[in-house]
Write a protein that binds this ligand. Structure first.
Ligand code: AHG
Ligand code: MN
Ligand code: MN
Length: 338
């Protein structure tokens, strides 16, 4: 029985006990991930004091400028996860190809995909940023994982979560048994249960979108956003716009308060014809979490969790949040489909 303030390790072990066939490997994987999160949190929280802000001068395959902290977080995650014997392969937003587990280390049955630092354009301005992760089971033969093991649809995820480095450091994750949130108590260096069994409101009063891209949107999206600005029969007031430009932060706020986040296809922008967000380590893990919390995630045309990936860094339009709000969006897109 979970109690507020319970340590994340104790809660994970309690959850594991519900599955007699569990080997403890997923628990070990999550503990390695949690260690990496604590190290990254420490560096993020003192980034201004050490020479770790600014750009590396390189770009990743998605064309994003790589920040020093992106690279730091990427390195910390890889070095925390490569030797535990729980993984057969990893993939990161910052690495063009999949990352094999070094020969000298034992291999495991899980696949880890991650965005080491999401919202990194905000790092130098001290705006909240986060790490997003997605865990799949290996499905190919042999001990070494492959690209095929990474290209699995969201509904096959074993676990997914994020760590938000904000006013406090919060870990939110699911293994398909609901969603729980843990807050890092720096004085003991432990994540303690703070948000048990998170359920997102069925309808919100917040929308999150970069309206600077509005001229690139399809007609249905434009009509939907205009509708949100009109009087709402239930609340008698328009929705509020809240957009931080850090997906994990916008998502976490909407998960707790209710609301809808939209990064549609900028279909008239050759730079972002499929939108900007990546399926495997942004949209898919957050879709797993939001569905476990009673919400919904779609491209506008199909459920994010049903998409069969074809490329490691493929982008998808992402509309995610309170179920009633996402369903209303889908109706507008359907009504105005060209
Ligand atoms: P990342 O920092 O991992 O590249 O992700 C940035 C993403 C996401 O965090 C955010 O929602 C989106 O970029 C903001 O994009 P715009 O600046 O185009 O609104
Ligand atoms: Mn990101
Ligand atoms: Mn990133």
């Amino acid at each position: 029985m979970a109690t507020k303030g319970m340590s994340v390790l104790r809660h994970i072990v309690e959850q594991e006990r519900k599955f007699p066939q569990a080997t403890g490997s997923l628990t070990g994987l999550l503990m390695d991930l949690i260690y990496a999160a604590k190290v990254i949190s420490r560096e993020v929280n003192k980034a201004g004091l050490v020479d770790i802000l600014g750009l590396t001068g390189e770009e990743n395959i998605s064309g994003d400028e790589i920040k020093k902290l992106d690279e730091y977080a990427n390195g910390k995650l890889f070095s925390a996860m490569d030797h535990g014997g729980h993984l057969c392969v990893m993939a990161s937003e910052e690495n063009d190809e999949v990352i094999p587990i070094p020969d000298k280390f034992p291999k495991g049955k899980y696949v880890l995909l991650f965005d080491p630092l999401d919202g990194s354009s905000n790092i130098d301005a001290n705006v909240s940023i986060g790490t997003i992760f997605s865990i799949h089971r290996k499905k190919t033969e042999g001990e070494n994982g492959t690209l095929e093991d990474c290209l699995q649809k969201g509904s096959d995820q074993v676990a997914a979560g994020y760590i938000l480095y904000g006013s406090s450091t919060v870990l939110v994750y699911t293994t398909g048994q609901g969603v729980n949130g843990y807050t890092l108590d720096p004085s003991v260096g432990e994540f303690l249960l703070s948000h048990e069994d998170i359920k997102t409101p069925s309808k919100g009063e917040i929308y999150s979108a970069n309206e600077g891209n509005a001229k690139f949107w399809d007609e249905g999206t434009k009509k939907y956003i205009s509708y949100l600005k009109e009087k709402d029969s239930d609340t008698g007031r328009p929705y509020s716009l809240r957009y931080i430009g850090s997906l994990v932060s916008d998502f976490h706020r909407n998960l707790l308060y209710g609301g809808i986040f939209l990064y549609p296809a900028d279909c008239k922008d050759p730079k972002n014809p499929k939108g900007k967000l990546r399926l495997l380590y942004e949209a898919s893990p957050l879709a797993f979490i939001v569905e476990q919390a009673g919400g919904m995630a779609t491209t506008g045309k199909e459920n994010i969790m049903d998409i069969v990936p074809t490329e490691l860094h493929q982008k998808v339009p992402l509309i995610i949040g309170s179920k009633e709000d996402v369903l209303t969006y889908q109706k507008f897109v359907g009504d105005y489909a060209d």
